[in-house]
Design a protein around this ligand. Structure first.
Ligand code: ZN
Length: 293
């Protein structure tokens, strides 16, 4: 009897302890100038000095001008815009955080591990424009080895960190017809289209950060292996790289591009796409490529 009572008491204590340990995270208030458990914080100065701003969410833009997100805590830099002004960080979010050079999670970046409080690297120190709280990394979108991609007649510019698509921000990754196209992210399939005999099949996948990934020049027969509304994991098959005709009389390739905050890929081709806010993903794609065998 005594033993049983003790067991019940132990359960009560364990539950109460659980509540007590989660309470600080639940009370974390964004943008109050305190870097609390559950938050990601940016500092105006190096080594976590000067003013700070604290976030609980992913931020695709800090804004500029009078309505910008500002450093809050008293100290050097207080009331300055966060964009292009952060020198160090403290990641208490419980997840990895990626800080990007461009808004909408584009360009070169720095990954801050959970519980780390480093100075930002040279890519984004005082050049920060957005961040993702969570795993922003990509799976390379083709089941091809590095050698298979490098040995194409006109290889993809795999070593570039700047955009090297022929017009707007995108990538043309040359690969043999029949190479398996996979999702670079976990997300939801938004659209699947059979496409024409000249441009091939297309699909889009939207991830948890609002990034809409578009895949083009895939084979029509067999067509894409996904359907709208389907959930996919990183590395799940989308379709196959199409024939020469499906890449509009260039060497066969996967065209991939990305925009944030939309559910459908805008209908545009070539230079007319330049004004639509497509994002430079070369640095993320390059990192994913270098993880291939
Ligand atoms: Zn292209």
């Amino acid at each position: 009897m005594m033993k049983r009572l003790l067991a019940v008491l132990a359960t009560v204590v364990a539950v109460a302890g659980g509540i007590a340990t989660t309470a600080p995270a639940a009370s974390a208030a964004a943008k109050n100038g305190l870097c609390e458990s559950g938050e990601f914080c940016l500092y105006f100065g190096s080594d976590r000095t000067g003013s700070l701003v604290d976030f609980v969410n992913t931020q695709r833009s800090y804004g500029s001008g009078g309505s910008c997100v500002k450093f809050i805590r008293a100290g050097a830099g207080q009331n300055s815009c966060v964009q292009n002004n952060a020198a160090s960080a403290w990641n208490r979010s419980g997840k990895p955080v990626s800080v990007f050079y461009n808004s909408d999670f584009g360009g070169v970046y720095d990954v801050i591990p959970n519980n780390a409080g480093p100075n930002l690297n040279d890519n984004v120190r005082k050049d920060n424009a957005s961040h993702i709280i969570g795993d922003a990394s990509l799976r390379f979108p083709l089941n091809a080895t590095q050698a298979q991609v490098k040995n194409r007649p006109t290889p993809w510019c795999w070593n570039n960190k700047t955009n090297c698509h022929h017009d707007y921000n995108a990538a043309d990754i040359f690969a043999a017809t029949g190479t398996v196209v996979v999702s670079p992210v976990a997300g939801e399939v938004m659209t699947v289209r059979g496409g024409s005999s000249t441009s091939g099949a297309t699909a889009t996948v939207k991830d948890a950060f609002g990034r809409l990934w578009f895949f083009q020049h895939m084979d029509n027969n067999p067509g894409p292996s996904v359907t709208p509304g389907q959930r996919v994991a990183k590395g799940d098959r989308i379709g196959l790289v199409g024939t020469r005709a499906h890449a509009m009389n260039t060497d066969p390739h996967l065209h991939i591009d990305m925009r944030v905050g939309v559910n459908e890929r805008v209908s545009c081709t070539g230079a007319q796409c330049a004004g639509y806010g497509f994002v430079n993903n070369q640095p993320l794609l390059r990192t994913a490529f270098l993880e291939r065998p």
